[in-house]
Design a protein around this ligand. Sequence first.
Ligand SMILES: Nc1ncnc2c1ncn2[C@@H]1O[C@H](COP(=O)(O)OP(=O)(O)OP(=O)(O)O)[C@@H](O)[C@H]1O
Ligand SMILES: [Mg+2]
Length: 1043
Amino acid sequence: MTLLEGCIGVEDLVLLEPLEQESLIKNLQLRYEKGEIYTYIGNVLVSVNPYQQLPIYGPEFIAKYRDYTFYELKPHIYALANVAYQSLRDQDQDQCILITGESGAGKTEASKLVMTYVAAVCGEGERVNSVKEQLLQSNPVLEAFGNAKTIRNNNSSRFGKYMDVEFDFKGSPLGGVITNYLLEKSRVVKHLEGERNFHIFYQLLAGADPQLLKALKLERDTNGYAYLNPGASRVNGMDDTANFKALQSAMTVIGFSKEEIRQVLEVVALVLKLGNVELADEFQANGVPASGIRDGKGIQEIGEMVGLNSAELERALCSRTMETAKEKVVTALNVVQAQYARDALAKNVYSRLFNWLVNRINESIKVGTGEKRKVMGVLDIYGFEILEDNSFEQFVINYCNEKLQQVFIEITLKEEQEEYKREGIPWVKVDYFDNGIICNLIEHNQRGILAMLDEECLRPGMVSDSTFLAKLNQVFSKHDHYESKVTQNAQHQYDHSMGLSCFRICHYAGKVTYNVNSFIDKNNDLLFRDLSQAMWKAQHPLLRSLFPEGDPKQASLKRPPTAGVQFKGSVAILMKNLYSKRPNYIRCIKPNEHQQRGEFSSELVAIQTRYLGLLENVRVRRAGYAYRQAYGSFLERYRLLSRSTWLRWDGGDREGVEEVLGELSVSSEEVAFGKTKIFIRSPKTLFYLEDQRRLRIHQLATLIQKTYRGWRCRVHYQLMRKSQILISSWFRGNMQKKRYGKMKASALLIQAFVRGWKARKNYRKYFRSEAALTLSDFIYKSIARKFLLGLKNDLPSTNVLDRRWPAAPYKYFNTANHELQKLFYQWKCKKFRDQLSPKQVEVLREKLCASELFKGKKASYPQSVPIPFHGDYVGLQGNPKLQKLKGGEEGPVLVAETVMKVNRGNGKTSSRILLLTKGHMIISDTKNSRAKTVVALNSVAGVSVTSFKDGLFSLHLNEISSVGSKGDFLLVSKHVIELLTKMYRAVLDATQRQLPVTVTEEFSLRFKESSLAVKVIQGPGGGGNGKLSCKKKGSRCLEVTVQ
Ligand SMILES: Nc1ncnc2c1ncn2[C@@H]1O[C@H](COP(=O)(O)OP(=O)(O)OP(=O)(O)O)[C@@H](O)[C@H]1O
Ligand SMILES: [Mg+2]
């Protein structure tokens, strides 16, 4: 229950103190002014039109209300929709939502809110969503064609609508059926000033693009259409252009094809154009008045648009064919009759189009056969109307509202009280006004107003509206709810508001004076056959299908049922339908006549609460019981709450219910035991029962889960155990098999050994014991012989450079094979040496010496190895001039070549001829061949060379030498290796002294008084070609770069 604290007024009028008309209205007013438009009377919802958008709708609120029960949150239309939907889904009860109230009280808005709520909570899925969308989108279509602005309501429903939404067992919508009730078609041709025709006309003119308008031969200005005047073309807060777009998209969602939409709009355009067809007086030859079309253009356009011969249409509009069994008589219509025919045609076309639309929507949203369905009906019917001039339409609208009030009275007031009496529940009767008498006045089969009207329509002879009124006056002269000028006169009452052609009915909602003018006509609802035949001849498929009776083959002389009879029949079906469902009431109240937000007219609300019977409703509710159910079904639902009735109960239903309620300690004031039903006073107790049930279901579900899980585990365990035994038996068997195999193999092995041992023991006496050794010795030797013989045949060549040697066939010959290889090689070398001549020996010795001096020390050494030492590089033999240089020196010239002498003063080089003999080294100018310098080899103290590829060397002399006074030489030779090797050997031969040859990059040259440090560095080329460049660095340093 909602806590009372913090509430504005009371949220449920049942709690109102004191319970009076004034306090009830005050409570509604107080809540209304605080923006609380909804109030409960038990499970009935009272809604006061706020005339403004309140922030209490939308997904957030829907989510909130779907999770709570009816009384847990503030009163709301969502709470009512939720109860209806949940009882439909969970208790399998068909529901209907009855929305009542006068015009402009908010019924249509309420029905849309209910639909939106149900659509939001009733499941998801592609198909379900598309069904929902279609159901929701049927609204804008029906509103465009069936709603209009009236003085009371800018969007007044001018037809009644009952929509059955069908659900599957899960509560997902499957589709639906819409039933429509009597469209107020007179509006097509005539409406009051300040009102409008149906929205679609204005929407089409405002919203259609220029091409569409052109195709439909329409112009945008509404003033150009007789049927749209007089009246405002625009309505505040309503955007016709946007609504037209919404209408088109809604039609597409529902499944209308482009062609169908187009045809519908063409028919709408046809109606507009019909209004502009002007008729003029004409006379026949015999002077009888007739009529004709004033301007043929309009009718021509209609003809072109719907594929109709305009002459034929003109004939149908201006004449009438009377057909009897024997003959056909054509009579001309005068202007008034022709105008009547034109308007009748327009009204018929439009109302038939509306019926076609409803059927077409139904076709889209209908449910396939075969599924079990639950149904929720939503009734939104035109509200009770009291206009200045009330006609046949108001009469049927109010009759319908009267019937709905009867349903309410029957179910909530009468039936409920009678049920208490029937069930033997102590009850103090609450008085209320039963409107059965008014319903009877209108619908009684013989003596009802509708029956009288029908009788008058069918009666031969002169019939008119006034004869009908006279009949009413005669029959109902004594009726409490009927008045007219005649009855008033009879009672000597003076009432200037009552016209001569009027009668008045005291409806449940107030007195309404009806003008009988055109009652007969509207009830007859006749369309001259000429017109329906003309329409049937049209090429336009939709228009043609609206007039099937125009087909000459279908022509029948039987009168169609009157409008009154049809309406009464459909209301009767509706009532039957409503009685078969569980009703949910929304009572809409209009707070003021001006459609103003925040204005609350107490008088207006008081009238409505009075005729809606709200006070009586509260009284019955307060004294009565909120809930009742037959013992059987109650016990079925709640027997799980008691240990004695669950799982089995063998006693009677009533005793079972007593057991359950006793065990739950429900107070005796809260329940009453009727003859066949249990009555529960407050919803609180019912919610308590529901909560307990939910809890118990949880427990039972847990129990079922527990038992199931236990069973599953047990079965699983047993299976595992069986499997384990099987596996271990297989494993053990396998292990034993393997063990046995091993034991068997071991036994066989032992046996074999023993047998072998025994055999050997036996056979040993037949063989010498050393046989094996001899054998192995023999085998070894034969292998060695084979190896050596093989080697002999496979010896490599005797070339000393050939290092090849065959590999040993067995590993144990490796060492011997290696030794043999060494021996063979040494032998080969000896052979080679033996055949050398002494000269070759000398050459080799020199090469050996060069290797000892320079191998691995100087970069130019490897290049010098393959080049034989020539000694003579200047052509000494053929040059006696040079030979002279040798002077008297004995022995051969070892080396003769051109060297470069580096000037120690500036680092510049100049070429010299160098001769090396066994005792001297002679250096001379290249130009004159006189010896310039002669150095005795025993005065050479040492030689320095670089490690690079260059030919630089310095000759260090002993101080005592004869040339020593001049100092050391710095020379560059192209054959430095050969020159120095030969010098070394010559010094050794001459002095038995080993000439020190130093490989270094830094050395110093000594002179008489000073010395010069020489530093040799590698140039950027890395010294690859051995070229030199010398640079003096200061007076005592010479830097030589090897390029
Ligand atoms: N809950 C609401 N919130 C906001 N505005 C509302 C609400 N209910 C009604 N209205 C306003 O009141 C106007 C009239 O409501 P509605 O068309 O539902 O009346 P009705 O009872 O269907 O009237 P009729 O019998 O003429 O069809 C709506 O156009 C809307 O502006
Ligand atoms: Mg409405």
